[in-house]
Ligand binder design. Structure first.
Ligand code: ADP
Ligand code: MG
Length: 333
């Protein structure tokens, strides 16, 4: 086999555009329901949450001694709209993906806290997945490269057939993951169609399984248990987040399919947004505390972001497409 020459090679990576980027952590509080009487949690402002601890009332100081204040990149209060959540967390990622970056947005939290509402929503209040797909299709409409567009349409249409109600039924035990890859290859020079610029970005949108069981297991300090009631991959994700936020040298992504898929989102070349979901009700106080602690840990994770752009000859650009698709196949196994 020929060894690639260092000068004038077919594949020249453009000057790296990399940056350290911290994982963005958002928290969304769903509205109190009619049958829920008391709040234990509320947004103080656009960045802070107070979790009241009524069990630890300090009589002498006439205050709740252990009320805890948490701060995040952004807090969406009970009156936040779907549009606002999309604009602040994901619209920027969609633009990045079109420009050749990888991005992930994932919803975390216990069952009933509002993850599916945020990610999928309903026809009157469409969520992030629907809005992101709309924006992606809107953006590629005016692109010349029809073949790229067709690939996108196929993937998008497949994703659109996901029925929200069918997803909800199994949501507490399974993850819903939507991945869209945008790849365009355009001639570097309009007169020379033999040299192509390939730009590829991928957007992962994930509605995770309910976190309540994972939290309970962690609370008891037990080792990872397999069983119908415990979501193994969510535990693996928690372990990865713990390791990454603590600056561990070794992070085990191989424990589950989810963490293998999310390896890139958590440690690699990917802009990542986590939206943690909590209920304001006092009945869910413990779950809310666990979720806020988990999100707080994720706050410390930093990724190195690079743009995926290659200048290659026309035939290499075709191989590039095939290789990407084969890689996808492998990840799916
Ligand atoms: P999860 O997916 O986390 O289990 P859901 O998204 O199914 O939770 O939300 C549970 C219920 O609360 C649903 O009926 C949903 O419509 C409602 N809900 C959740 N978040 C909101 C919100 N921000 N505004 C209005 N209703 C919400
Ligand atoms: Mg759900």
């Amino acid at each position: 086999p020929e060894t690639p020459s260092s000068s004038g090679s077919d594949t020249s990576i453009r000057p790296p555009m990399s940056a350290e980027e911290r994982l963005m952590v958002a928290v969304r509080i769903r509205p109190l329901k009619p049958d829920e009487t008391t709040r234990a949690l509320y947004a103080v402002d656009k960045k802070h949450i107070i979790l009241e601890d009524t069990d630890k009332f300090d009589v002498t100081r006439q205050k709740r001694a252990l009320d805890k204040r948490y701060s995040f990149d952004v807090v969406f209060g009970e009156n936040s709209t779907q549009e606002e959540v999309y604009e602040v967390t994901t619209s920027r990622l969609v633009k990045d993906v079109l420009n050749g970056y990888n991005a992930t947005v994932f919803a975390y939290g216990p069952t009933g806290a509002g993850k599916t509402h945020t990610m999928v929503g309903d026809p009157n209040q469409p969520g992030i997945m629907v809005r992101a797909l709309n924006d992606l299709f809107e953006a590629v409409k005016d692109k010349e490269d029809e073949y790229s567009v067709m690939q996108l349409l196929q993937k998008g249409n497949k994703a659109r057939t996901i029925e929200p109600t069918a997803m909800n039924r199994t949501s507490s035990r399974s993850h819903a993951l939507l991945s869209v890859t945008v790849r365009h290859s355009v001639p570097v020079d309009k007169k020379d169609h033999l040299r192509m610029r390939v730009r590829q970005g991928r957007l992962f949108m994930i509605d995770l399984a309910g976190s309540e069981r994972a939290n309970k297991t962690k609370n008891r300090g037990k080792r990872l248990q397999e069983g119908a009631h415990i979501n193994r991959s969510l535990l693996a994700l928690g372990n990865c987040i713990n390791a990454l936020s603590g600056g561990a040298r070794y992070v085990n992504y191989r424990d589950s399919k989810l963490t293998r898929l999310l390896k890139e989102a958590l440690s690699g070349n990917c802009k990542t947004v986590m939206i943690a979901h909590v209920s304001p009700s006092i009945a869910q106080k413990d779950e809310s505390r666990n979720t806020l602690l988990y999100a707080d840990r994720a706050n410390n994770i930093t990724n190195k972001i690079e743009r995926n752009v290659l200048d290659v000859s026309y035939h290499v650009s075709q191989y590039h497409t095939v290789i990407s698709e084969l890689k996808d196949e492998i990840t799916r196994l």
